[in-house]
Design a protein around this ligand. Structure first.
Ligand code: FES
Length: 511
């Protein structure tokens, strides 16, 4: 049978067998389609327009299409089987807003200075996005940078989905997918000039998938990674072209990766007398606390709410997403990316919206929506608050934010407890990563994500993981410091920590 796939102005036609899922055909086609729940039929984000002979929709799919007002020729790609010739139209690939800001110490030991012109590349593989930087190593100057959506998002939004896919036998596919994208980014940056070395950082799962390691040790208790990297490897052995050698920095634990150790390196807090907390908010939040009594770190499963996933009108931080919400004279105002009409709401917008409705008294401290206000609306059997026509924040969305913020705040309070200090003792809170760099810190404080006493001490630093990778690239002596950072820290496993359980429950409410 013939399958035609269209995305924007690109069209491809395929021959394929019957009874194949649309999502599987899309994966093979090379087109991009977000699949945050990895095909479990829960996130409802893989909608495509279909004309042709396909399987009938399931009940919850019909209900969802009705809820969002879409015609019934829109179908979930992960649940719809092709039975005959079909034309499929994919949503236009999003130009996701990717934070590529880096701040790094250019100082290098003179003995290590590169003589003559030499190029190097630093890459941060995030679960959602990739950022890459080309450097002239002799002058330690940034020549060019670029970014992209991680193509593995089609296998699920979070590391757990990717680990499951890899265990299901898709490990090679996942490796090929990220390597292909890295080759594209490297070729764009280098313009086919010779690159001597590269540093590729990322969380532990991303480095496992890149190197096609068996992820079994990441998938079950006691969750002890059988490799924490911290070595150089030939690029050719990974199928990466245009580079001689790649350094993979040290990870700390199965769920505290090289992205965290690189972030710590870049902020130069290791061994410092300052009490510094790094918070990297993602589907898997990573936290690191440095004190004069030692360093502590943990990872906490925040889920994808702050990436706009699992939120009724949620979307990634891309064109037409509401990214900022505030109140003015009792009215709700908002800004969208690209100043276009609102198509949905991304993570920072969701956080602001909850903070704003809390301030306006539309949500009580337990997270329940109050009926007695101008924004209240009852839609599809659920209490909602109206941000604008068609853009609603539902009771379920607020619950998702409560769980996400409780995971992060619970982790923060647990680190502080185990370090034997109080929140007010901290000298600084360093917010790393894409979401953290864009979020409004006062909204984070209002919902209780960050303790109120730390508001004035909190600041964002952009992509701290990439900054650390750059520091390792420009001065190989930083490899030693990075190794010390990874070894010289107490990793707290929160799933078996009773202090965390109590802190998580306490952090659920908005007070
Ligand atoms: S519903 Fe299809 S990927 Fe989530």
């Amino acid at each position: 049978m013939n399958i035609k796939i269209k995305q924007g102005n690109d069209i491809k036609v395929f021959e394929c067998d019957k009874n194949i899922l649309i999502s599987d055909v899309v994966k093979k086609s090379g087109f991009y389609l977000p699949m945050p729940c990895a095909g479990k039929g829960r996130c409802m984000k893989c909608l495509v327009k279909v004309e042709g002979n396909v399987s009938a929709p399931e009940k919850h799919e019909i209900e969802y299409l009705k809820k969002i007002g879409y015609p019934n020729n829109y179908r979930l790609a992960c649940k719809t089987f092709l039975h005959g010739d079909t034309a499929i139209e994919l949503p236009t690939a999003t130009n996701a807003k990717i934070i590529t800001d880096i701040k790094y110490n250019k100082k290098t030991e003179s003995s290590m200075k590169v003589e003559g012109y030499e190029l190097g590349i630093a890459i941060d593989i995030g679960t959602t996005t990739i950022a890459a930087y080309l450097f002239d190593l002799s002058s330690v100057s940034l020549l060019k940078s670029t970014s992209a959506v991680n193509p593995q998002t089609i296998y699920g939004a979070d590391v757990i989905s990717r680990i499951e896919k890899s265990l299901d036998g898709s490990g090679h596919e996942l490796a090929v997918s990220i390597r292909t994208e890295l080759n594209r980014l490297i070729s764009y940056l280098s313009e086919d000039k010779e690159i001597k070395k590269a540093v590729i950082t990322g969380n532990t799962t991303m480095l496992y998938l890149l190197t096609e390691r068996d992820v079994k040790s990441l998938s079950s208790a006691p969750f002890e990674a059988d490799s924490l990297f911290g070595y150089e490897i030939s690029a050719a052995s990974l199928g990466i072209a245009g580079v001689d050698n790649i350094y993979l920095p040290n990870c700390i634990a199965a769920f505290a990766g090289a992205d965290l150790s690189c972030a710590v390196l870049s902020q130069e807090i290791y061994g410092s007398k300052r009490k510094s907390l790094i918070i990297d908010i993602g589907t898997n939040g990573e936290l690191y606390l440095s004190t004069e009594n030692g360093a502590f770190c943990c990872s906490t499963a925040a889920g994808p709410a702050f990436e706009g996933v699992g939120i009724t009108m949620g979307m990634t931080a891309s064109e037409s997403a509401i990214y900022k919400v505030w109140d003015e004279d009792g009215e709700v105002r908002y800004n969208t990316i690209g100043d276009s009409s609102a198509a949905g709401i991304c993570g920072t917008g969701v956080l602001d919206a909850v903070a704003t409705f809390l301030k306006l008294g539309c949500i009580d401290e337990t997270g329940m929506i109050n009926k007695d206000n101008n924004f209240y609306i009852y839609r599809n059997g659920e209490k909602c608050l109206k941000i604008d026509d068609g853009i609603l924040l539902t009771q379920g969305d607020i619950r998702a934010v409560q769980l996400a913020k409780a995971a992060i705040r619970g982790g923060v309070d647990t680190l502080i407890h185990h370090a034997g200090i109080f929140a007010e003792d901290l000298d600084e809170v360093i917010i790393a990563g894409g979401f953290g760099s864009s979020m409004d810190i006062s909204s984070a404080v209002r919902v209780g994500l960050i303790p109120a006493e730390l508001e004035a001490k909190s600041y964002a630093v952009g992509n701290a993981s990439a900054s650390g990778a750059v520091m390792v690239l420009i001065d190989p002596l930083n490899r030693k410091i990075l190794k010390n950072i990874a070894y010289d820290v107490k990793y707290l496993e929160l799933s078996s920590d009773s202090v965390f359980s109590n802190n998580f429950i306490e952090a659920i409410n908005f007070c």
